[in-house]
Design a protein around this ligand. Structure first.
Ligand code: TYM
Length: 330
């Protein structure tokens, strides 16, 4: 029996951080054997918000390096750059014309950005962003999409796009399932919002240990712990939420106990976290340093992946066009 297929994507819009890793990439690596895997560096999505064109090629390269170093071995999955497969935008146009505008205006991400920046300062691309995401997924007829919790609405939207298309033009697209990773919503260092590239509240996946410590040292803990002797509640502490991602069960129990009895100070708790995190990220940093010495290998594998994608994507676009009454004999 052939394997089911997954697709997921990540924007090259800044440093890849621990939220991306524990919410998505770590899970992608776990799924490599079970599924036929497609992962995309979604550069067309990254240009929907203001950006510096001179920096974009470097960011795409960085994203490829980080993902490969984190375990997306090109021998075991298809890791490609979205804009190398122009069929994505072609399918996006077709789906654009089969999607009501009202659906797009209701998307949370769009509503937030519109409120923040105003109509004149956001692009039409931002409005159409979810349709491009639906096209990314549907073009490979993916069975499932592994993502962090923040993408749930986009995936529900994708299923609606598929449903609406099928009703109008005949059963064609399967509705992809959502797979949520264990770090489904990793909080930022401020403990207020989710960790994100744009909020500057992140720890980069491949940041040096010293830089990570500089960020962890002053990071928010349970506010009840003003002095070393104050007991706290681990479940109100952002640092504990990071421990849950990298610390083993036994030590985790000790930390809970230490926090509630004031047996452990916040700085010591952070030191243990830094050491455990380092065990996870050090091998990724090392693999990344190795990959940096092999730019042709990285480039060639992205190119080969795009070629494989184009063959699949072309077929979907042609079949979609045909169902929509396009591309036939006139
Ligand atoms: P992006 O680039 O914002 O994030 C990539 C992946 O990382 C997850 N993630 C998080 N998970 C937990 N906690 C966090 N703080 C956190 N921050 C990010 C995201 O959920 C995501 O899985 N729209 C998408 C990119 C995209 C896509 C697609 C995804 C484009 N086409 C097709 C899936 C399928 C995005 O902006 O992800």
């Amino acid at each position: 029996m052939s394997k089911k297929r997954i697709l997921s994507g990540i924007q090259p819009s800044g440093t890849i951080h621990l939220g991306n890793y524990f919410g998505a990439i770590e899970n992608w690596v776990k799924l490599l054997d079970e599924y036929e895997c497609f992962f995309s560096i979604v550069d067309y999505h990254a240009i929907t918000a203001p950006y510096d064109a001179a920096l974009l090629p470097g960011r795409i390269r960085e994203a490829a390096l980080d993902n490969m170093a984190a375990g997306l071995d090109p021998e075991r999955c298809t890791l490609f750059v979205q804009s190398h497969v122009p069929e994505h935008t072609e399918l996006c146009w077709l789906l654009n014309c089969a999607t009501p505008l009202g659906e797009l205006f209701r998307m949370t991400q769009f509503k937030d950005k519109r409120q923040q920046h105003g109509w004149e300062n956001i692009s039409a691309g931002l409005l159409n962003y979810p349709i491009l995401q639906a096209a990314d997924i549907l073009i490979y007829r993916a069975d499932a999409v592994p993502v962090g919790e923040d993408q749930a609405q986009h995936l529900e939207f994708t299923r609606e796009v598929a449903r609406r298309f099928n009703t109008k033009f005949g059963q064609y697209f399967a509705e992809p399932k959502t797979i949520i990773g264990r770090g489904k919503r990793v909080m930022g260092l401020d403990g207020v919002g989710k960790m994100s590239k744009s909020m500057n509240n992140f720890i980069g996946l491949t940041e040096p240990a010293e830089a990570v410590w500089e960020k962890l040292r002053p990071a928010k803990t349970d506010e009840a712990r003003q002095r070393r002797s104050d007991p706290g509640d681990p479940f109100k502490c952002n640092i504990y939420s990071y421990h849950e991602l990298v610390t083993g069960d036994e030590q985790l129990a000790e930390i809970r106990q230490g926090c509630t009895t004031a047996g452990i100070g916040c700085i010591d708790c952070k030191k243990i976290l830094a050491a455990n995190l380092e065990k996870v990220v050090a091998p990724i940093r090392e693999r990344r340093a190795e990959l940096e010495k092999k730019p042709e290998y990285v480039r060639d594998s992205l190119m080969a992946a795009a070629e494989k994608c184009r063959a699949i994507a072309r077929k979907t676009v042609d079949e979609t066009k045909s169902l929509m009454g396009l591309g036939g004999q006139i």
